[in-house]
Design a protein around this ligand. Structure first.
Ligand code: TAP
Length: 485
């Protein structure tokens, strides 16, 4: 099929002002790291060095936790919910006003297409602040403690987030914590610190009391120091199951609470009565949105055997139209892989898929010479035992399996250590309800995929973690009925 060529439509990056170096945001100010160490953040689409980022040491983590404790005791923990709400509304409005700046910066630092950062990440992040601003003065009427008294904040919360949705994950963490009266120390991922540091400027602009939000940059060791700090009351972590397990071991036996949002290997299940063209769009969105760097990505496609050939042929035709390239181009569908390390992991697992006997296919596409790139890839003839059917690739790689009956679809879908999300495509409402009841997944999408909303709780079963983020359930993780710290 002839491919319609688009003229380049690059978004200007003139709106962002990237400093040559950044300090740590502690106590309302940007400060130098105690150790003086730093690392570089790069644009994964070009490998251009963007800025020098301070590396927080254990001493810096301690400074940040102390600043958060002081702000909690002195101001934020005592402030009325209505007043906290005003700050959150202010932050949300500033984020909206500066939305384009945030979107461009996110795309430059992360590699995701501008149309995703502009239309999904940043609007949703602002929506999280608006939603939680509304809750701040209504917590005692929300039934959060199950009749166990008025909800009270936990105190100081340590938050560690990954690189796939830097600003959105920040909002998922900070908005509910602040709404409930906690103060926070947040560590963004090493490869994507820039929007979190811009958010620190927003906190200053909103006149948020110093120390309510602290942002410490660094790598895994900084995150570990935060999880081990004795004066942190709760840890909220999003990232890999491996690190999540290490955190659970670290805090076992301490008074710290935790929510862990970990990996996934979601089944996207297409029945023979599904609207096939619509399902194909859902399959593409399910696995190729954000280069497949999505914990709830529909990375295992389960297709009913009778429509397998039709679905795969339509899917391949559709993938021929996917535009891979400059993330700042408004026409780009698939951007850059976030880092060289992630690209290595995707290449390695894809090679294993081929070696184990699955059939690999990608549409013809020219990848840029510089930066980290991987074409949209589909594996057919995948068996349940293949590593690409079991392990999270966390890239634009789809594994296709088949089934004959609904029972077989459920058995295959649930045959994974994970349980974060699933998708069901069928014409029958009763089948959707039956499937949703059977699937061991925190979210089940019906005839759609990757839909997010601040009012809707999100979280996992089994090795995908515990606790929920978003909605009323998400607030539960930030309050207690007892103790006055
Ligand atoms: P991780 O390697 O687990 O990193 C997540 C965060 O933890 C990063 O900030 C990382 O710092 C930090 N970290 C690394 N080692 C640590 C340690 N020992 N103690 C404390 N913190 C530590 O994951 P990733 O590669 O960034 O993200 C991909 C994973 O996140 C995938 O498995 C994906 O499924 C999962 N994820 C889950 C969700 C939800 S909601 N369930 C959402 C998004 C992503 P550095 O980056 O600086 O090393």
């Amino acid at each position: 099929m002839a491919k319609f060529e688009y003229a380049p439509a690059p978004e200007s990056r003139a709106i962002v002002d990237i400093h040559s170096s950044y300090g740590l945001f502690i106590g309302g100010e940007f400060v130098e790291s105690a150790g003086g160490g730093s690392f570089k953040t790069i644009n994964p689409a070009t490998e251009e060095v963007l800025a020098d980022i301070s590396e927080a040491t254990t001493e810096d983590v301690d400074r940040a936790v102390k600043a958060a404790r002081t702000a909690y005791r002195g101001v934020w923990g005592r402030m009325s919910g209505a007043d906290r709400g005003k700050y959150l509304f202010r932050i949300a409005r500033i984020m909206q006003e500066r939305a384009r700046e945030f979107a461009v910066l996110e795309t430059i630092d992360n590699g995701k297409p501008i149309k995703e950062s502009r239309d999904v990440d940043i609007p949703l992040a602002a929506a999280h602040f608006f939603y939680h601003a509304g809750w701040a003065d209504k917590l005692e009427h929300a039934g959060l403690t199950g009749g166990g008294g008025a909800p009270r904040p936990l105190g100081v919360v340590g938050q560690v987030i990954p690189w796939n949705f830097p600003m959105l994950m920040l909002a998922w963490k900070i908005a509910p914590a602040l709404a409930c009266g906690n103060t926070v120390v947040l560590k963004p991922a090493e490869t994507t610190p820039l929007t979190a540091l811009l958010f620190a400027e927003v906190c200053q602009q909103a006149d948020l009391p110093p120390g309510v939000v602290n942002i410490i940059t660094g790598a895994g060791a900084t995150g570990q120091a935060l999880t081990e700090h004795p004066d942190v009351d709760k840890l909220a972590f999003t990232g890999s199951t491996e690190v999540g397990k290490a955190i659970a071991r670290t805090i076992a036996g301490t008074r710290k609470k935790a929510t862990l949002e970990l990996g996934g290997k979601a089944a996207n299940i297409v029945f023979d009565d599904a609207p096939i063209d619509q399902a194909v769009e859902g399959i593409v969105n399910g696995i190729f949105f954000n280069q497949g760097h999505v914990c709830c990505a529909g990375s295992r496609l389960l297709v009913q055997e009778s429509v397998h050939d039709e679905v795969i042929s339509k899917l391949k035709r559709r993938l021929g139209t996917v535009r891979v390239g400059d993330p700042l181009d408004k026409n780009t569908d698939l951007g850059a892989i976030n880092s060289a390390a992630q690209l290595d992991q995707i290449r390695e697992l894809s090679a294993v898929g081929e070696a184990e006997g699955a059939e690999r296919w990608s549409p013809p596409c020219d990848l840029p010479g510089k930066g980290f790139w991987f074409p949209p890839t589909v594996f057919t003839n995948v068996a349940q035992t293949h590593r690409i059917a079991q392990e999270e690739v966390f890239g634009p790689v789809l594994s296709v399996l088949t089934f004959r009956t609904p029972q077989e679809a459920v058995a295959k879908a649930n045959n994974t250590p994970y349980g974060l999300s699933a998708g069901v495509w069928t014409d029958k409402g009763s089948r959707i309800l039956w499937m949703a009841d059977q699937l061991r997944a925190g979210v089940v999408w019906a005839n759609t995929f990757n839909k997010f909303d601040p009012t809707s709780p999100f979280g996992g079963f089994k090795e995908s973690g515990y606790g929920r983020e978003g909605g009323l359930h998400g607030l539960e993780g930030y309050v207690t009925s007892g103790g006055d710290r």
